[in-house]
Structure formats: C-alpha cells, structure tokens
Unconditional design. Sequence first.
Length: 250
Amino acid sequence: MNVEYERLMKNMTWELVPRPRTKRKHVNVLTSVWVLVIKRNEKGEVERFKARLAIRGFLQKFGIDCLQTYSPVVRIESVRSVMIIALMQGLDCRHVDFGTAFLNGELVYVDIDMEQPEGYDDGSGRVYHLLKGLYGLKQASKIWNDTLHAYLRLLNFQQCVFDCGVYYRDGKNGMVYVTVYVDDIVIAAKPSDIDIVVQELSAKFEIKDLGRVKHLLRMETNFEPDCLCGKNGNPISYGQSKICSVTANA
C-alpha cells in the first residue's frame, strides 16, 4: 500500500484542503477503499501482488460530481484490420501498455473531495481534493481517454472517422497507425517510427513496451512481419492478405 500511496502522491493526484463547512446538498465528500489485486501474465501465472486505492464511485451524484462517463474503445475488427494492413505494407506491430492509465486523466468541470484513505489519515480533519482520476470514479475511463486523445492530437495524429479508437499520421518511413483500447495500444509502423511514438508517449505517461504483439485483449494474437496468427492457430500470410485486398477491392 505504501508503494501505491507514494505513486499517487508523486502523480499529484490530489491536494489536501480544509473540509467543506457548508450544509448545501451539492457538497459530496466521497470515501475510498484499498483493493488487493493479483497480477497475472498471459499464462495465468502470478507475477506480483498489488494494492490499489479505489474511490467509492457509487456514492457520486450525477450533475454534482459526475457528468459524462462514456469512453470509446477500438473495435476488435479494427485492430485486426490494422494488423492486416501492417502485414500488407511490411510494417511491424508493437503492443504498449499504460501502467497507471486512469491516474493520468485530468479532472475538469466537477469538484470531487475524498476522505483521507485508511492508514494514511493525518487526523487533521482535512480532505483530498482530486486533481486527477482515481480508480472507481464513474468518469475515470472518460477523462483518461480525453487526456490521451488530446496528447495524440498534439502529436499530429488524426482520428479515424469510422472508428474513434484508431489514429494515424505520416511517419518518417511511412504511415503510423495506433489503436486504443483503454490502456492497451497497438502501434503499427516501421520499427524506427514505432520507437519515435514510444519515446513521445513515455515523455508524458508511464508505459510498458511489451514488444511485438503476442497477447492482446486476453486473446492470443501472434504477429510476425510475414504472418499473423490468431487463437485458432490458422495463420494469415502476406500472400493471403494480398488476395484479401484484391477481393475486397473487386
């Protein structure tokens, strides 16, 4: 829990403020709970144990400390299409994970106060005024997506009109495609262009470069420069992808 608490402090998730002294109904001080999580790898093996601080979002009141909550994610069909395009264009596909995605979303439009968490209450009676997202917030996913979208646009990425979870831009060696599913993204481009995007993302967010796509969205998806293999083990080769392209354009 100490590691998680220090991470939240370093991330400037909140500021300590005096408790609101008003009896008005639109003041809502939320509480939190520590959640113990077991992190597993793609083989189901235990990697580590983690404590996560979650706010009790079910106490939020719409119109007071909660407005819009919808957050788009890329369609799995779009992810597959991007990987087939990468196969056809001789691009690589790399999987990148954001370590603390929901903690990076910047809170705007609403004020949210939270009691000091169990084990870390200084006894002053003050509360935390949230500046960024926290696990359990109803709008946590939305404000994270808004923050990531704004940064990708700053990096000159365009959003696909057919799937708002797909982004693209011109790279130094060809097109660069990015698919976004909450905190999991796939970058399809030439290796040098992928490295540039990874560096740009790591400059603002805590990320983990998982290498070439192998296990994505709880599915076994092995990507190689000349072959794409799904869970059923039936590979799509470069030649087959060309046939699919010709058929689709016929």
